[in-house]
Design a protein around this ligand. Structure first.
Ligand SMILES: [Zn+2]
Length: 199
């Protein structure tokens, strides 16, 4: 699905304010409220919107954030990244190629930071690490750059496989549903009806 101007506008409003009402969004964008509601549920189903979260200011909480780089053998990178991911303090993890993993970690205070680093040094397979404390955040935006024409890769609503070809569109209860093929369409309709009966 190619993002249209109206999609970008809706997503930008929601990105700034996840609590914006569909009515207000509709007014701002110049479409009807049901259109907004349909589009938002489609973004959710497509995975464009991953959730509506509250943005807590970590600096206001007096927390410490660090940028951490961890080095290991290239073959150990995926496993180590997975392990880092498990810690609640680790907020973002990136594999940057070669033998490095970068992460953003948030800690309550210096004691917590020391604890975290001491646990890190005990982790197997880590050859080297380095970290810097973030002194001040100049810019922090979500990584998605919203603009018209961006092609969102839709996943089949039934089998969940990414659809690179033109999806099959099903209109049910006034909403668009997308599946990858006629087989999935058939199965999806059955599942959808069952779900509806359940409600
Ligand atoms: Zn499918």
């Amino acid at each position: 699905m190619k993002l249209e101007k109206v999609d970008v506008e809706i997503l930008k409003i929601l990105e700034k304010d996840g609590r914006a009402s569909f009515r207000d969004i509709a007014k701002k964008v110049g479409v009807t409220t049901p259109t907004v509601s349909n589009k938002v549920s489609m973004y959710e189903q497509m995975g464009i919107i991953k959730g509506f979260s509250v943005n807590v200011d970590t600096e206001a909480l007096g927390e410490i954030s660090i940028l951490l780089s961890v080095k290991c053998k290239p073959s150990d990178v995926p496993k180590t990244a997975e392990k880092l991911k498990e810690a609640e303090e680790v907020r973002e993890v990136y594999i940057v190629g070669g033998s490095w993993i970068w992460a953003k970690v948030t800690l309550i205070d210096n004691t917590h930071l020391n604890q975290f680093i001491s646990e890190l040094t005990k982790m197997e397979k880590i050859l080297d690490y380095e970290y810097k404390t973030i002194v001040s955040t100049i810019k922090e935006e979500s990584r998605a750059v919203l603009s018209e024409g961006v092609n969102a890769v839709l996943s089949c609503f039934y089998c969940r496989k990414p659809m690179h070809d033109k999806p099959v569109k099903l209109k049910m209860d006034g909403k668009d549903h997308f599946v990858c093929c006629n087989t999935c369409a058939k199965e999806y309709k059955i599942k959808y009806e069952k779900l509806k009966e359940g409600i």
